[in-house]
Every structure is written in C-alpha cells, then in structure tokens.
Design a protein around this ligand. Structure first.
Ligand SMILES: [Zn+2]
Length: 275
C-alpha cells in the first residue's frame, strides 16, 4: 500500500481512500461518508467533525451557530513546544472552526433542540474557557427557550494550556446542567470516541440520559496510566461503551445509524409528548 501513501500526500485536500483503524481494510471515502463514516466491514465508528455530526443529526435546514463571538484568548501567555496562540491559530485553520465546541439550534425529526457538539480535531477537543462558556450559554439558551439540550462529547479532557482556568470549566458546565435540572428541561449526553478527562468528569456524565456510540473509549485517565498506578492488568474491553453499559454507568449504546431516531424518541418521551 506504500505506493498509495505518496499519492495521497500530494492530494491531501481530496483523500479518496482511507484505512479503517480497527480492521485495516481500505475504504473508499465517498462510500464511507454515505455510510455515516461507519466501517462497512467491522462497524468501526470513525470520529466525526462537528460539522459532520450536525449534518447527521439535525433535519436539513438552515442552522445557525451560536456564541461564535466568544473566542479563545491566551490568559497565561502559555508556551510549550509551541505557543498556545499558534496552536489555536493552526487548529482554526485546519478545522475551519473557531473553537472545539460548536453550539447550534435546529430540529431532530421536527423536534426543536439545542446541540452542543465537540470537535476532537480542534486541540483534541480539549475543554478550555471558551468551550466551558459556550456550553454554559447553551444551557442558558435551553432554559430561556424551554428547549431540550443534547451534547456530543469528543474530548481528551481539560485544556492544559489554560491551567486552572480550564479546570474551572468543570464546575461551570456542571452548574449549567444544574439549572436545566431545576427547570426540568431535558439534557441528553452522547459520548463519542473518545470522551476522557475533565469532560467525562463534568457535563458529559450528567445527562438525564447518557448514550454512547459503539466501542467508544470513555473514561477519566487513560488505561496505561491506570495500569501503572494500580499495577494490575485491566479487564478486556475496559473503558469501552459496552463495558460501561454492562457496569451500569451509561444508559444505552446506540449505533450511529439509529442515533437520530433514538434521540427523536427520547425527546418525545422526556419532553414533547407531555406538552
Ligand atoms: Zn473496519
């Protein structure tokens, strides 16, 4: 397959073939996209960009992105191998997004919802001040307009480059969800591959219903860190969606193809049927 690698390097903007990370089969990208980016051979769910996620979830209509005016800053003047400012700029160029969380309003099978969607391609979907603030405002918007909120998590955790400010977002997003609970507005959390660290330890695990995509990696610390700490071998399938379902930590594992129908059904049961 190496001869293909060279070819792809040249045509980076239009990749036609990709390899499934799970079963290693070579997949034709347009077919993969028609299949909602699920491997036709092994059912591996590829990580989606925020835009793809929105397209697969909402009814086709003009959707508007909310809170785009809240933009990342560099409060600590942080620099590691690269400056934080440069990292943000590069992520913005690569993803076409302004931050790792996109908030939008729309309908799922005719039912109005607010979506908060993370994009793992934007600095590992890490939660910094802007992700926290946008999520909180999504909660406020849901409250004001009496509309259910659905979040799609895809994150490595807190954004290290913002230090303690990123950890504060765990408290802020938790308060946001608390406001919805008090007002009995549903919050549904969808965990996608991967949902780790400060995101799983805050809003992602606070849904009235917590759903995950098949085989998604979900946890706090990574398996290697845990193994080194407890000096024990971890059970098979540890930190997968299926494992968490078996242990009662989440409510359902839903295939991407059925997710929209499932969410529409939940919205009815939790909210719209009684209106
Ligand atoms: Zn596969």
């Amino acid at each position: 397959m190496r001869f293909l690698d060279k070819f792809f390097k040249k045509k980076k903007e239009e990749v036609l073939w990709t390899k499934c990370p799970n079963c290693k089969s070579l997949l034709y990208v347009p077919d993969l996209e028609k299949n909602m980016k699920v491997c036709p051979n092994c059912d591996y769910h590829f990580t989606l960009s925020a835009k793809e996620r929105i397209a697969y979830t909402l009814d086709e209509e003009n959707t508007e992105f909310l809170f785009e005016e809240i933009l990342p800053a560099d409060p600590l003047g942080f620099k590691d191998t690269k400056s934080y400012k440069d990292r943000i700029k590069k992520a913005q160029e690569q993803t076409g997004l302004t931050e790792a969380l996109v908030v939008t309003e729309g309908h799922i099978k005719g039912k109005k919802v607010i979506l908060a969607v993370m994009d793992f391609n934007f600095i590992g979907g890490s939660m910094g001040s802007v992700v926290g603030e946008r999520f909180f405002r999504a909660c406020q918007r849901a409250l004001e307009t009496k509309t259910p909120l659905i979040s799609f998590a895809a994150s490595g955790g807190a954004r290290m480059q913002e230090g303690i400010l990123s950890l504060m977002q765990m408290a802020k997003t938790t308060i946001g969800v608390g406001l919805l609970k008090k007002a009995r507005i549903p919050f549904i959390s969808v965990l996608t591959n991967p949902t780790m660290g400060g995101v799983s330890a805050s809003f992602a695990f606070l849904g009235d219903v917590i759903v995950a995509e098949p085989k998604a990696l979900i946890g706090f610390a990574g398996p290697r860190v845990i193994e080194q700490t407890i000096k024990q071998k971890l059970p098979e399938g540890f930190q997968t969606a299926e494992f968490l379902l078996e242990k009662g930590q989440i409510d359902a594992v839903i295939h991407r193809k059925n997710l929209k129908d499932y969410l529409a059904g939940l919205l009815d049961k939790l909210f719209y049927a009684s209106r």
